[in-house]
Each structure stands twice: as C-alpha cells, then as structure tokens.
Design a binder for this molecule. Structure first.
Ligand code: ATP
Ligand code: MG
Length: 447
C-alpha cells in the first residue's frame, strides 16, 4: 500500500535506516492512514537507542524531555517528531505510568505493549505494514479490541478504559465483546488515574460523533469519577414533557447539541440535580422545582473535581443554571438576557434550550423550536445593529460616574447598573449627556 508520508517524517525514517537501524511510523498516525484520515502527528519507533538516535540527528534541534522513556524529539522542517526506542513497560504500581521501561530489540514486542489492535500497527517507508494483532481488520470492521487479555490490560492502566470509550465515540466504533465486558469490570481502575487525563479523554468522548451511544452503554464508567450521575441514570420521570427516563433524556440532549465541549458538558449536567428535587403531585405527575439551581451547584463541584479549566467551568455552570428560564421574543426580555450573559453565552443558552427540547417527547415539541428560532433571529439582528447591551457599550463609564460625584467603590457599580437598566428598558437613550444627568439624580436619590 502507498500512503502520503510528509517529507519530514520520510527524512527521519530514511536517516535512521541509512545508519543501519530499523525505523517505522507507529500507532495513531498509521491507524489514521488506514482509516483514510490525515494524521495530526507522526510518531516513529526505532531499534536505535536514544543516544544513537541523537547521533543520527546531530545537526538538528533535539528536545530531550522524553529521554527517560526512550523518546527523542527531533525537529525537522519546523515540525517536532517523537522517535521512541522499541520498548516494553514495567508494572504500573501506581496505575498511572509504568515504573520503568525496558528497551527491546524487536518491533513486535513494542507493538504488544500498546492498548488496542488499531493502535498496534507500524508502517515502513516502503509501504510495508506490520500488524501482528489484526489491527487493520479491526479498523475495517470498526472494532476496538485490546491487545492481549483485556482485563489484564485495563488493570495495568485504568486510563485505557476511557481511551476505549473515546475511540468508540470519535471513530463510531463498537467495542469488541470481551473488551467491552472488561471495560465494565475494570472501570474502578479509573479512580487511580489523574483528573487531567480523565478530563482530556472525556472531552474527546463528548464531542465525538457517537457520544450518545457511548453514554447510553457505559454510564457506569462515568459514575466512577462522577458518582453524582448515579441517581440520574436510574431516574424515571412521570411528566407529560418527558417520555424518557432521566438518563435517556440527558443522552438525547447531548446528541442534539452541537459538538462543542461547553455545550455537550452543559447538556450532560443540566438535569444532574433533578433526582434530589423530585416531588409527585396528586395526579401522579412529577415535578422538579429548583433543579436548575441545584444542578448548577453540582456541575460546579463536578467540573472542579475533574480540574476543568475555570473559564469553561463557569460558562457550563451558567448555562446549566439558566437552561430552564422562560424566554420570549420581546426586545425587552432579550436585551436583559443579552446584558446579563453577553452575546456569546446567550447564543449558547439558545443552543442548550434547543437541545433540551429535542431531548423531550417528540409530540410535545409544538411551537417551542419555532419560538427559539424567532428569538435567535431577533438577537442576531440586535447584535448586528450594535444596540447597547452591556456595561461596555454604555455611553458613560466608571470614571464619568466618579466625576459626577460618586465615591469610588461599590457606589459606582450600583449607578452604572441602574443606568444600564434604564437603557435596556428604553427609558433612557444611550447618550452621554442624558446618562450623566440621570447619574446625578441617581446619586442624590441614593444618599
Ligand atoms: P490521538 O489520535 O488522540 O493522538 P493516539 O492513539 O495516537 O490518539 P497518543 O496518546 O498519541 O494517542 O498515543 C500514541 C500511541 O501510543 C497510541 O496509538 C498507542 O499505540 C500508544 N498508547 C498511548 N496511550 C496508551 C496507553 N495508555 N496504553 C497503551 N498504549 C498507549
Ligand atoms: Mg497520537
């Protein structure tokens, strides 16, 4: 088979081969070539020891950060290439990283330490494929299968549990039966994996095209690091809006949201507080009063626990908190929400509400989607017209308010907020002179 290999990677393979060593493209990049999608990085493995690799690339920029694990990074044509000596791994006593690595003479041994058959493939410069575990066939039939005994491989490294789910979602693959059983059985190994590594995999999983299918089949895995999901995965809801249980509604809402991490996380967590807010009325209908507020609090804690970045966390929590608010296409209402959230978050809130509706009983959709579309169109128009929306766009600022007689400090914010309110309600024009006059009056009133 012939594949497109970039000049930089080809040069590295050729240099190592010319020096008498074996050298192969390996892992994810070969998998992607076999799937017919362009790889995003090119890993190389070689029979050369790290110091021998360094000697081969004496004139190049070399980064030594991975040296302990046998990896030399060579920069060629501005691109970094990781070149790793054939190796196996020692035991994972902390289930995070191997205690040691051992260099081995044989490519096959190196391939055997890799997680899934689809990732245990190597490609030579001449187009020779090394595939001792049937990876190409599994790629063809869309199967994720462990190299070796699944239970053993997940016991070695719990992160592989999440990698299996991530690949299933991103590549729309099935997890082979034995591997799938071991995923369920070994899921507790994830407790020993660092939060950052779990959240990186979870992010890819949630934005993958088969995220919904994976969430449906493996809620137990997510419950290991987010036990708060447990009650939701088991919750029925007797309510005319909902023909699905809590988890199926959540999964459908995730599927209906655009594949952006913020939105997908918001949908995954939007109803997380529902089980604790449930009450049943005399007609046997369930209500969940106050669930958005509780969901937001829980989401905040859950996202912190997995060490998601602060700005992402805050955005998700805001979306969860407001996912159930009543919006209307009235300019006044829209302006208030735009003022409170800013256009970017408000547009995301519209996406969240849309996904939430699409996750409910289809016969109850009614005109709710049309209403949202109307609101959206109006917001687009208002933002395009540059109507005054937030404090930033107000024709006066904090310094002006102080010049008008306010004491520096909270008073300034209070006056600015009052002015913005008046402008949003169209009771005052967004003009400097008029607003300064209003500010003076506001200051007199407040004293
Ligand atoms: P991506 O497309 O996200 O880069 P990848 O499979 O290439 O996916 P990397 O983290 O770049 O993931 O790893 C490169 C290769 O190293 C993998 O293809 C696999 O062969 C091996 N590998 C990575 N992580 C593990 C692991 N936890 N256990 C075993 N082998 C692993
Ligand atoms: Mg990779």
């Amino acid at each position: 088979m012939k594949f497109d290999i970039p000049a930089g990677a080809a040069h590295i393979l050729q240099t190592l081969t010319n020096a008498g060593y074996e050298a192969w493209l390996v892992g994810g990049c070969v998998r992607d070539l076999l799937r017919g999608v362009p790889p995003h990085d090119w890993d190389i493995c070689t029979s050369a020891r790290p110091e021998q690799t360094e000697a081969c690339f004496a004139g190049h920029k070399i980064i030594e950060t991975g040296l302990k694990h046998g990896t030399v990074t060579v920069v060629e044509g501005g691109e970094p290439y990781e070149i790793t000596t054939y190796r196996t791994e020692g035991p994972y006593s902390d289930s995070r990283r191997p205690d040691f690595v051992r260099f081995v003479p044989d490519l096959k041994e190196d391939l055997a330490r890799r997680d899934f058959t689809m990732n245990a493939v190597a490609l030579g410069l001449d187009g020779t494929l090394q595939d001792p575990f049937g990876g190409a066939e599994d790629i063809q039939s869309g199967l994720i299968r462990c190299v070796g005994k699944p239970a053993h491989r997940f016991q070695e490294d719990g992160l592989r549990v999440m990698r299996a789910l991530r690949f299933a979602s991103v590549f729309r693959c099935r997890i082979e039966e034995q591997t799938a059983q071991a995923v369920h059985h070994s899921r507790a190994m994830l407790k020993r994996v660092a939060a950052e590594r779990i959240h990186a995999e979870l992010g890819k999983l949630l934005t993958g095209p088969a995220a919904g299918e994976v969430l449906r089949q493996y809620p137990d895995v997510l419950c290991v690091f987010w036990p708060q999901l447990g009650p939701l995965t088991a919750m029925e809801q007797n309510n005319p809006w909902h023909c699905w249980g809590g988890w199926e509604h959540t999964v459908r809402a995730v599927e209906a949201a655009p594949a952006q991490l913020t939105l997908r996380l918001a949908m995954l967590l939007h109803d997380i507080g529902k089980p604790s807010c449930r009450s049943t009325d005399n007609n046997g209908i369930d209500h969940f009063y106050g669930h958005p507020g509780l969901s937001a609090k829980m989401a905040d804690r859950m996202l912190r626990a997995l060490k998601f970045e602060n700005s992402l966390r805050r955005r998700v929590v805001t979306l969860v908190e407001y996912h159930d608010v009543l919006l209307s296409a009235q300019d006044k209402t829209i302006r208030r929400w735009l003022g409170r959230l800013g256009p970017e978050t408000f547009f995301q809130l519209l996406e969240v509400k849309r996904a939430d509706i699409l996750g409910q009983a289809p016969e109850k959709l009614g005109s709710r989607l049309d209403e949202l579309a109307e609101i959206r169109a109006r917001v687009e128009q208002m933002t395009a017209e540059g109507q005054c929306l937030t404090l930033k766009e107000l024709a006066v600022n904090g310094r002006d308010i102080i010049a008008a007689g306010a004491r520096p400090g909270p008073e300034v914010g209070r006056v600015l907020a009052a002015l913005l309110d008046r402008v949003l309600d169209e009771e005052a024009p967004n003009q400097r002179a008029a607003l300064l006059e209003l500010a003076r009056r506001e200051l007199q009133r407040g004293r």
